[in-house]
Ligand binder design. Structure first.
Ligand SMILES: Cc1cc2nc3c(=O)[nH]c(=O)nc-3n(C[C@H](O)[C@H](O)[C@H](O)COP(=O)(O)O)c2cc1C
Length: 257
């Protein structure tokens, strides 16, 4: 096992070359063999590649809310931005993209966030915490969004004003502003966690924090609401068993109740 592990690691860091004279094909065969034999070590396989060998189902299965992050691990801003870019592919009502991301990767700032998160240790131990913010003023981007729709042929030019008016009408309602900010940002949050996993990082969504204190400590403008926080880092125990999930028949009805 340790021989394979060493080989896989060295292979991962020099994909273009070969490991100790082995061909790339051999290298990949070893990875596949290793992956099949030791499914739970896929982090070793995926992280150095910066790309996943997991298919979507495996990615979903592998994601867990991390209990304990490695406090010594770090994460690059390139990786963080790549995850955020993936998150922005989430759908949103009218494509208004309500999400904003406050990245906290500085030690001192993480301590501030930890305090606002009722001293949850994982905020400090995570390599970064991303506060997902929902934009209450997303409708102000209506024109930009409508322009794009028109330009790309989704929306005939003569209906552009109608769509802008429709969006502004809908968003004149404050609870709608809030619901949409939370809905859109939550979809982005899920995409972010899967993107993190795909890169070999663990994550934990967190709502255990005082939103007012977070707003105050990080000077968050009034039109952005903290929706949730995603801590990201190296999972010290990626083999934790999956927590209970209700069966499909318990959570599903067809065509009404
Ligand atoms: C909106 C939301 C808020 C959460 N808040 C916290 C939190 O403050 N602290 C924490 O340790 N876990 C938090 N969790 C993680 C949940 O406990 C976890 O997702 C759940 O137990 C299911 O476990 P799993 O994600 O490993 O499948 C939160 C999850 C969600 C979706």
């Amino acid at each position: 096992m340790s021989r394979l592990r060493k080989e896989i690691t060295s292979c991962s860091y020099s994909v273009v070359k070969t490991m100790s004279g082995r061909s790339i094909a051999t290298c990949f065969r070893l990875i596949v063999h290793f992956k099949h034999k030791h499914e739970n070590v896929r982090q070793i396989i995926t992280k150095p590649f910066g790309g996943s060998m997991m298919n979507f189902q495996q990615l979903l299965q592998a994601r867990r809310s991390v209990n304990q992050f490695d406090p010594n691990a770090t994460i690059s801003r390139d990786d963080l931005e790549s995850m955020i870019e993936s998150a922005t592919l989430a759908p949103s009502s009218y494509n208004l993209q309500h999400w904003r991301f406050l990245v906290v990767d500085d030690k001192e700032q993480k301590l501030k966030l930890k305090k606002a998160a009722f001293h949850q240790q994982k905020v400090e131990d995570a390599s970064a915490a991303i506060v997902i913010l929902g934009n209450l003023q997303a409708h102000k981007d209506a024109e930009r969004i409508a322009d794009d729709l028109t330009e790309k042929g989704y929306l005939p030019a003569q209906y552009k004003e109608n769509v802008i008016n429709q969006i502004e009408g809908l968003y004149s309602n404050e609870s709608m502003q809030r619901d949409e900010a939370i809905r859109g940002s939550s979809l982005a949050a899920m995409a972010l966690m899967l993107a993190a996993k795909e890169k070999g990082y663990g994550s934990c969504p967190m709502i255990g924090f005082d939103p007012q204190l977070v707003r105050q400590e990080f000077n968050i403008p009034e039109h952005l609401i903290p929706v949730m926080m995603i801590t990201i880092g190296t999972d010290l125990d990626p083999e934790m068993p999956r927590k209970i999930r209700f069966a499909v028949e318990e959570v599903t009805t067809y065509n009404g109740f």
